[in-house]
Design a binder for this molecule. Structure first.
Ligand code: SAM
Length: 196
């Protein structure tokens, strides 16, 4: 299988802080290898997310690229395929088999927008793909796309060298610190959540 990178277009520091964070957390949790942010430069957001990744493990790269067009063209020149998620595209169930074949042989770049996506993106993409032809959210679109592409395998993936690890519970919360193997009680765990 190829590498999966997510290009988040048109980030605006104030308006998109939360949604861009969710795009990146979703990309990481659901099997992508890397995210590139384009739009307004937001080093603070990248720094916070890098700290988060250090805590929860895995090798996931985040970077900022001012010139999204150059980024897409460079990706293509290295043989990568480009999949743009848009409600105007081909609905996912009609084309998922072809996309899985493409991914089995190529690295893929998955593009999601925020504000209005420039027309050129629709033309540069190898595939414009809809997760239903109804408007909704880049976070939902990305999550469903990644899940369908990987057929649910991403849900059981282990993350490399975490400092915190959740021990799944039917009731309550349990988190262990890997360095010390000390269990944290639920109250302390809530503090960790807020500190994220
Ligand atoms: N109005 C914008 C436009 O014309 O491109 C779209 C804004 S939408 C809130 C932000 C992003 O969510 C889109 O760029 C797209 O990546 C994603 N998105 C929203 N609905 C989608 C759908 N039905 N299928 C795939 N992606 C979708």
């Amino acid at each position: 299988m190829g590498k999966i990178i997510v290009l988040r277009l048109g980030h605006r520091i104030v308006r998109d802080k939360r949604v861009t964070t969710h795009v990146i957390l979703t990309a990481r949790a659901l099997g992508a290898n890397e995210t590139i942010i384009s739009g307004e430069r937001d080093d603070n957001l990248i720094m916070k997310l890098e700290k988060f990744i250090e805590k929860w493990g895995g090798e996931f790269k985040i970077s900022f690229k001012e010139d999204w067009k150059k980024t897409i063209e460079e990706w293509r020149s290295k043989g990568g395929k480009i999949i743009h998620l848009t409600m105007y595209g081909i609905n996912l169930p009609e084309i998922i088999d072809e996309l899985r074949r493409v991914w089995s042989q190529n690295d893929i770049m998955v593009i999601v927008g925020s504000q209005k996506v420039p027309r050129e993106v629709y033309e540069l993409a190898d595939y414009n793909i809809a997760i239903t032809n109804q408007p909704h959210s880049e976070v939902a679109a990305l999550a469903i796309f990644l899940d369908w592409l990987q057929q649910g395998r991403e849900l059981t993936r282990e993350f490399h060298k975490p400092r915190l690890k959740i021990i799944p519970q039917k009731h309550g919360k349990k988190v262990i610190k890997i360095e010390s193997e000390i269990d944290i009680n639920p109250r302390e765990t809530e503090k960790q959540d807020r500190g994220r």
